[in-house]
Design a protein around this ligand. Structure first.
Ligand SMILES: C[C@@](CO)(OP(=O)(O)O)[C@H](O)COP(=O)(O)OP(=O)(O)OC[C@H]1O[C@@H](n2ccc(N)nc2=O)[C@H](O)[C@@H]1O
Ligand SMILES: Nc1ncnc2c1ncn2[C@@H]1O[C@H](COP(=O)(O)OP(=O)(O)O)[C@@H](O)[C@H]1O
Length: 281
């Protein structure tokens, strides 16, 4: 195989509870990760020298900090592979919006290069490598909708109704670090067990603080709630609502406020990346 193209889908946090602060400064979370069927696309082309290059439709993303390059270099170093690759990232997801696009790109890179370089590393190994790049990377490596604990790396699969979501990203950037450092963050939610997932309404502990600090998020939620119950994902700024069907989601999308980006996606229990990998067999 000389080349392959794979999806890197987005996620939503259907709920996000902050259950405590850890000695290393990070916070323990409990979250319900919902994978979506919409995302970026990555093409990997084999090189027989050990060079790794990145091209992207957004030139600002072509730099060494890009999680795609960091994932590729980490895998090359870990596996001692003598191969390299040219990578093209078709960036479609809004960035820094709590949709996990960068983490998903990193996971797809680990999965894609494992295949292209014929490394045969296990999913457990790839998830462990992924965790070095970001807390959400193991989710996208394993590729199932999940209840997560720890900093998001302890994952148990969950089967949810595959609903239609409208995802809306207001024109503001929320700093994850700022939210987790803030004294007013709710960080003492009582832990729940996986059996209690459906017992109380889903909420995001970061949302009250983000709404206060970023009025654009509050205004966007006020707009969306006119159509359906809505929430923020991750540490924002994106918000989402489930709709009964595509038509009603499409209707709300046509009324989108001018300063927002929006897209419609379906929740999926399995990431399309695994079906795409199977197609390359
Ligand atoms: C909280 C989530 C939920 O999905 O938010 P989103 O990024 O998706 O919005 C993620 O797990 C975020 O993961 P990730 O985006 O990798 O976080 P990082 O960049 O590593 O975090 C930036 C900073 O936030 C704080 N942080 C992050 C995650 C965590 N569980 N506890 C923390 O205290 C740390 O201070 C860290 O230095
Ligand atoms: N491949 C990538 N795609 C998007 N952002 C990336 C990527 N690599 C690094 N980043 C950086 O990571 C930040 C967070 O990206 P993203 O994963 O989209 O958001 P979030 O973690 O809020 O879901 C971006 O602002 C960007 O600076």
């Amino acid at each position: 195989m000389n080349a392959l193209t794979l999806p890197a889908v987005a996620k939503l946090n259907l709920f996000l509870h902050v259950t405590g602060r850890r000695p290393d400064g990070y916070h323990n979370l409990q979250t319900l990760f919902q994978l979506l069927d919409v995302g970026d696309a990555l093409t990997f082309t084999l090189r027989h020298d050990n060079h790794i290059t990145l091209d992207c439709n957004n030139s600002e993303l072509i730099n060494e900090q890009n999680l795609v390059l960091r994932a590729a270099r980490l895998l090359q170093q870990y596996s001692n592979s003598t191969f390299g690759c040219d990578i093209y990232l078709d960036k479609r997801l809004p960035m820094g919006g709590g949709l996990g696009g960068g983490s998903s790109d990193a996971a797809t890179t680990l999965l894609g290069l494992n295949k292209l370089w014929q490394l045969n590393l296990t999913v457990d190994t790839l998830a462990e490598l992924g965790l070095q790049l970001g807390a959400d990377v193991p989710l996208f490596v394993r590729g199932f909708t999940a209840f997560a604990e720890g900093i998001g790396e302890k994952l148990q699969p969950v089967n949810l109704a595959e609903k239609v979501y409208l995802v809306v990203t207001p024109a503001c950037h929320v700093s994850t670090a700022e939210i987790f450092q803030h004294p007013d963050l709710i960080r003492n939610s009582p832990p729940i067990s996986i059996k209690q997932l459906h017992q109380s309404p889903w909420r995001n502990d970061c949302q009250p603080l983000v709404e206060r600090l970023y009025p654009n998020v509050a205004i966007t939620l006020q707009w969306l709630v006119e159509y359906a119950p809505c929430q923020m994902t991750g540490t924002g700024a994106s918000v989402f609502a489930a709709f009964p069907d595509q038509t009603s989601a499409q209707h709300a999308l046509t009324q989108l406020p001018a300063n927002c980006q929006g897209f419609i996606a379906r929740g999926v229990n399995q990431s399309p990346v695994w079906a795409a990998l199977a197609d390359t067999e």
